[in-house]
Design a protein around this ligand. Structure first.
Ligand code: GH3
Ligand code: MG
Ligand code: MG
Length: 297
């Protein structure tokens, strides 16, 4: 017997059952403990690892982890109470415990009387997309050789710090470090070893700075470090500590690696260009004074 092409209930059921996205239908109970799952389609079972029998009767939030933002849950509850659709993005957990990013909508379904009788949620696993976006963001803001923030990202931090100083006052320190005679190291030992020295220098900077400090690769063999909430004297001590740490570090194959450091104190009202120019001037003064030293500006 051929199927009636206008058998809408059957056709709609088949569409939901065979939809590519996960579909969850719940009742419309809003009082605690909230709506219960009445139906999930096979795409939900594939995405979550849970079988239909295991989830019917549960509240859909059973897959959410502790990292779901309060704001998202509050907005969901508010929208459902108002009978409005909801759109969100949460991290959920599959049956095997692995997390995944899920984009979803929940829409109220009204019966003939106009009352809300059910909610229908449509969910999509966007983990791959989130991972790609994170990767792209990381690439755009970090230097591929050292993994340090690049100039673009550092400039954002510097701008934010200067805004913070303008608003709340205080002091901060900016260091500009330039390797001494790095060209000679490259010429003598090759570019690959030069690269290793740059990477190792980053480790030394990281190990000798505080968690709140922001080091970055400014370009070539120049590095910067922003030390928030640091007074001028503390900043100079930090610069001197870094200079010594580099000079005393046993770099591979190279007899001596040293840095010249320009050290400037940031005050409310300074502009990024101005403090960078001052740091550059101070660094050149350190070079002229004989290298492997700190100069303030
Ligand atoms: P100074 O003490 O005056 O700073 O001397 P310098 O030789 O360090 O200065 P200069 O600006 O003449 O040379 C910088 C060198 O840094 C030249 C360039 O080949 C090298 N350099 C820049 N970026 C990289 C990099 O990514 N890897 C390697 N291996 N070398 C780099
Ligand atoms: Mg240089
Ligand atoms: Mg140099």
């Amino acid at each position: 017997m051929t199927q009636d092409p206008c058998d809408w209930p059957r056709l709609l059921g088949a569409c939901v059952d065979q939809a590519y996205n996960a579909v969850i239908i719940t009742d419309a109970r809003l009082e605690a403990p909230g709506p219960e799952i009445l139906y999930v389609n096979p795409a939900f079972e594939r995405m979550s690892g849970y079988g239909r029998d295991e989830v019917v009767g549960l509240n859909p939030r059973f897959m959410q982890g502790p990292d779901t933002e309060r704001e998202v849950l509050d907005r969901l509850r508010r929208n459902l109470q108002r009978g409005e659709p909801f759109e969100g993005h949460t991290i959920n957990y599959r049956k095997d415990g692995t997390p995944f990013h899920m984009e979803w909508t929940t829409t109220p379904v009204r019966g003939d009387s106009g009352d809300i009788t059910h909610f229908v949620a449509v969910q999509r696993d966007i983990t791959r997309q989130v991972e790609l976006e994170t990767e792209l963001e990381l690439r755009a803001s970090t230097d591929p050789l050292t993994g340090f923030y690049n100039r673009i990202r550092f400039s954002e931090y510097l701008g934010n710090e200067l805004n913070r100083l303008r608003r709340y006052g205080g002091e901060a320190t900016l260091l500009l470090l330039d390797l001494d005679h790095f060209k000679a190291i490259n010429d003598e030992h090759g570019h690959d070893l030069g690269d290793r020295v740059l990477k190792e220098l980053c480790q030394v900077l990281e190990e000798n700075s505080r968690e709140a400090d922001i080091p970055a690769r400014w370009g070539g063999e120049e590095f910067v470090l922003l030390a928030p909430e640091t007074f001028a004297q503390e900043g100079e001590l930090l610069a001197e500590k870094l200079r010594q740490a580099v000079a005393n570090h046993p770099f591979p194959a190279v007899a001596a690696v040293t840095v010249s450091i320009g050290c400037v104190s940031l005050s409310p009202g300074d502009s990024p260009d101005e403090v960078l120019r001052r740091a550059d001037d101070a660094m050149y003064a350190a070079k002229e004074a004989g290298r492997n030293r700190v100069a303030t500006g």
